[in-house]
Design a protein around this ligand. Structure first.
Ligand code: SF4
Length: 348
């Protein structure tokens, strides 16, 4: 498969300032060194608790802010072996000159706040095309109408303001704006979380159909596991600024290997009275990213922690082709979970 992005040791630390002189006395390690390849045409789901770094990773990739360290190699079409740019290091002017602003886009969680309430829909959708594609006049009008039609809206919607639409329609407008510049890669940051359940499925189907027609690559950030199962080809599970498990969606849902992934799976509500597995309730809160625990970051809440977990940080290692796990006990978690909580389901 052809790579589109390669993240190497990507970090984002926010400084904590203190004292009279406002010196840096620490850092919130929102993203603390992730390595990940994203392939052209796939949908990579990213799941984890609030504050685990998934949105930070998405924003760092499309360079909404500069990462503290690491690399985001972007591979243009056909450039399999040589990266066209390192988005983490390039100057903003060069990113603009290479036209990368339009090729990497983002859809935000809440369309109510991501759309300017004082702008007409036709101006909201036209803005990125005017700025990045230098299109104007009749061509621009036709392009805006074509984009609205693609997301299920019509000419009648052009002269309305965002508050005149429902939540689902507003998210359709946000999607239209994100595809306006012919992007290759879109970060979808919980695009259905703020919507009613009935509308969520419509937006998911719209995103799936656009991905196929426009050959898009997605990074789909969510905390909803069944949504990720529906839309993603692969899933990355994050905990406290790191990836702890990465695998194809089918593998993650049938044989998870990290205790944290098992805990997430056990929280999926299942309408089946014969299902025997107890829910794995994690004790305590997620530790502060300003002071992550030594060794394995999950050891303060892991029901299977052993002495080694308190001292030595586990690396993200391959246990079978395409399945990577960061856990010292990765080869025995299925057995440990079955003994303590009952047989995990393999058919979510
Ligand atoms: Fe639990 Fe240890 Fe594995 Fe961390 S390394 S997830 S503490 S068993």
């Amino acid at each position: 498969m052809e790579k589109i992005l390669a993240l190497k040791n990507l970090k984002k630390h926010y400084p904590i300032l203190g004292g009279v002189l406002r010196r840096e006395i620490g850092a919130v390690k929102a993203l603390d060194g992730i390595d990940l390849d994203i392939y052209r045409g796939e949908c990579l789901g990213v799941v984890g608790d609030s504050g685990c770094g998934k949105t930070t990773a998405g924003k760092a990739i499309i360079r909404l802010f500069k990462p503290t360290d690491g690399h985001v190699y972007y591979y243009g079409k056909g450039a399999e072996s040589k990266a066209s740019a390192d988005l983490a290091r390039e100057k903003k002017s060069r990113i603009k000159r290479l036209g990368l602003r339009g090729r990497l886009q983002m859809v935000f969680q809440d369309p109510t706040t991501s759309l300017d309430p004082r702008m007409l829909i036709k101006h909201i959708v036209a803005e990125p095309i005017k700025t990045l594609k230098r299109m104007s006049g009749r061509d621009l009008e036709e392009r805006v109408l074509e984009l609205l039609n693609r997301v299920g809206l019509t000419r009648d919607h052009l002269l309305r303001y965002p508050h005149e639409f429902s939540g689902g329609q507003r998210q359709r407008i946000a999607v239209a704006r994100s595809i306006a510049t012919d992007p290759e890669f879109i970060v979808l940051d919980e695009p259905t979380s703020a919507l009613d359940v009935s509308v969520q499925s419509q937006i998911l189907n719209l995103l799936k159909s656009l991905q196929k027609t426009l050959q898009l690559t997605y990074m789909f950030i969510t905390h909803h596991l069944l949504v990720v199962k529906y839309i993603s080809d692969r899933v990355a599970v994050m905990y406290l600024g790191k990836i702890v498990e990465l695998a194809h969606t089918r593998v993650i849902f049938s044989k998870p290997a990290h205790p944290y992934t098992h805990a997430l799976m056990s929280a999926i509500p299942i309408p089946d009275v014969t299902h025997q597995q107890q829910r794995i309730v994690l004790s305590g809160d997620v530790p502060s990213p300003a002071d992550p625990p030594p060794g394995c970051r999950f050891h303060t809440r892991c029901p299977f922690a052993v002495d080694r977990c308190f001292e030595q940080e586990p690396l993200l290692e391959t246990i079978e082709t395409g399945h990577l796990v960061a856990c010292h006990r990765k080869n025995e978690t299925q057995k440990l979970v079955s003994e303590k909580f009952g047989q995990p389901r393999s058919d979510y």
